[in-house]
Design a binder for this molecule. Structure first.
Ligand code: SAT
Ligand code: MN
Length: 598
């Protein structure tokens, strides 16, 4: 046995246990990728410090100003590796139809062969890290474990923040004997040699050629959404692209809301909302449970209970300011990894919309800042920070039972037509509202920005199986004994004729959330329209807001002709899923289209 082979052995005290399958897989991967060493991550502070020191030494991480931002680092990615790559992200089910028209597909055998050829010998000269992790509180029955193998210490450091990683996760894997396998290598960071592949039947992920968040932190989108959505369907729960927040009213009652918005549409801001002054004075409070992913399961009382499977935030930096999101800004004062932001002359992180009086000296590519050349921060630059650093982080986020969900909210960026808020009539209508969601694209994925596309439940890039089957799975929750959340749709992004946003957003969104929970409690009014229940202006607390008549008309109005056209588009979109589309959803669309026509 040489030193390398010894490295492949399990951590002390675990040999011969239910971890044998894990050990065999690690050995198999090591013989394919041929790393110089194998490191089993225990998640300890000492391990993290050693990794950070190594990355500082080789330039992977640059230490930021230790006085203003203690224990914080900047990572500059390869300039071609700054976002998710949807065209290279594949769902590899045996039958193409099971992945559906919403996914790029490749047959499993072909996919394995293609990506294993890239992995062949790719870790020579590198260390291979084995990261056992748990998505969700370590003792929650809703949580699921995985193991990511990677050759990127940057990934290890980020996974340590984003998941419960290390020894406790390994212990749970040993108890349960099952885990999601994720193999990752940054490869050559060559966009021509890049794939993010999912094998739902094998509970396996293989990702090659990118170090970027959603492509490389495999616990996040790959496991907690694509693979988990597949598991959730089989096991009767939901894995969703949703933030979770608690709204505590002045009486001390807390309602929990789960809300789905596409990437870079303000989930982090909403999850950390600070109530407007008048609300604060009365005693309203917002509690953050999660900002990106929500796993929900019916409880014994028929309600849906949710956990945030993540332990940290991977938030968009640009636009984050004391005004837009003070809680996020407070969270990232220390112990934060910044990726692709600019820096000031004294080495403080900087991005467009940070709202301070400092100036960037160096841009995200490490070049002297020149606004004619490029922004200081990449539009999809990010911060990674532990959720525990967030002042509004809810203690309930660690509750193994999860929190009961009172309302589900769908929303996207819609410059026109879609009003500020409306409520679905019932669950089936709510599923249609989610299924027909549209949004203008953002910088979170490569490709054109600002193009309207259908993004059902904000899961277009993340659903690990055929959307038609996914909609059927959503519909299946409506059964005897179920006490399902109310469903709403919001649009914070409505614009006026001059292109400016009509709704102030941010903290003022609480005015809309209050209406929702009052609807849940049977206390607020609404106007019935074919698309759902809209608040009359008087149903919302607009005190202290200066909304011109044009804005009110657009935000609370209902444009029947515009919606008729929209419903034609929705019909065509749903038909694209063919015969697998649930009849109930088609009938619901037809019912509303008929009401709009009549
Ligand atoms: O890159 S991630 O997928 O992790 C972030 C996002 O796009 O939501
Ligand atoms: Mn997201």
């Amino acid at each position: 046995m040489n030193a390398r082979t010894k490295d492949f052995e399990l951590p002390p005290g675990t040999a011969g246990s239910r971890l044998q399958a894990l050990n065999d897989w690690v050995a198999e991967v090591a013989s394919l990728t041929r790393p110089d060493a194998v490191h089993w991550c225990d998640g300890s502070d000492a391990e993290n410090a050693a990794l950070i020191a190594k990355m500082e030494a080789d330039g992977t991480l640059l230490r930021l100003n230790e006085q203003t931002h203690p224990q914080s680092w900047l990572h500059r990615s390869h300039p071609d590796d700054v976002a998710r790559v949807e065209h290279l992200t594949l769902v590899c089910t045996p039958e193409r139809e099971d992945a559906g028209p919403n996914n790029h597909w490749m047959a499993p055998a072909e996919a394995h062969a293609k990506i294993d050829a890239l992995f062949d010998g790719c870790m020579q000269g590198r260390t291979m890290y084995v990261i056992p992790y748990c998505m969700g509180p370590i003792d929650s029955p809703l949580s699921r474990c995985g193991v990511e193998i990677t050759d990127s210490p940057y990934v290890v450091a980020n996974m340590r923040i984003m998941t419960r990683m290390g020894a406790p996760a390994l212990a749970r894997i040993e108890r349960e004997g099952s885990f999601v396998k994720g193999l990752h290598s940054i490869g050559e960071l060559d966009p021509e040699r890049r794939f993010i592949m999912h094998f739902p039947e094998e509970l396996t992920i293989k990702s090659y050629g990118s170090g970027y968040g959603g492509n490389a932190l495999l616990g996040k989108k790959c496991h907690a959404l694509r693979i988990a959505s597949h598991q959730a369907r089989a096991e009767g729960w939901l894995a969703e692209h949703m933030l979770i927040l608690g709204i505590e009213n002045p009486q001390g009652d807390t309602h929990y809301i789960a809300a789905a918005f596409p990437s870079a549409c303000g989930k982090t801001n909403l999850a950390m909302l600070i109530p407007p002054e008048g609300y604060r004075e009365k005693g309203w409070k917002i509690w953050t449970i999660g900002d990106d992913i929500c796993w929900m399961r019916p409880g014994a009382d028929g309600r849906l209970y949710a956990i945030n499977p993540e332990a940290g935030f991977f938030g968009v930096a640009p636009g984050t300011s004391r005004k837009s999101n003070p809680n996020a800004l407070a969270s990232i004062q220390s112990h934060t990894i910044f990726t692709n932001v600019g820096v000031t002359a004294d080495n403080q992180p900087w991005w467009e919309g940070i709202g301070n009086d400092q100036a960037p000296a160096t841009d995200w590519r490490g070049e002297p800042y020149d606004p004619a050349k490029r922004p200081a921060a990449h539009p999809n630059s990010r911060f990674t920070v532990s959720a525990k650093r967030c002042p509004s982080y809810s203690p309930m986020a660690e509750d193994p039972q999860g929190v009961p969900i009172s309302a589900i909210v769908f929303g996207g960026r819609r410059a026109s037509l879609v009003p500020l808020v409306f409520e679905a009539r019932d669950w089936t209508h709510g599923v249609l509202v989610g299924a027909s969601m549209g949004s203008e694209t953002t910088a979170a994925a490569t490709g054109a920005v600002g193009v309207m596309r259908r993004d059902p439940m904000a899961m277009k890039p993340f659903c690990g199986y055929n959307f038609a089957d996914y909609f059927a799975h959503w519909l299946s929750f409506d059964k005897a004994g179920a006490k399902l959340p109310r469903v709403f749709h919001v649009n914070w992004f409505r614009k006026g004729a001059d292109g400016a946003f009509l709704w102030p957003g941010f903290g003022d969104n609480l005015r809309v959330l209050e209406w929702m929970i009052d609807r849940v409690d049977g206390k607020a009014g609404a106007v019935d329209t074919p698309i759902g229940l809209l608040p009359a202006e008087a149903d919302l607390d607009l005190a202290g807001l200066d909304l011109p008549a044009e804005a009110r008309e657009a935000l609370f109005g209902f444009d029947a002709a515009g919606w008729r056209t929209e419903f034609e588009g929705i019909g065509e979109y749903l038909e694209g899923y063919g015969p697998r589309m649930p009849a109930a959803l088609r009938a619901e669309r037809d019912r509303i289209a008929a009401a709009l026509a009549g």
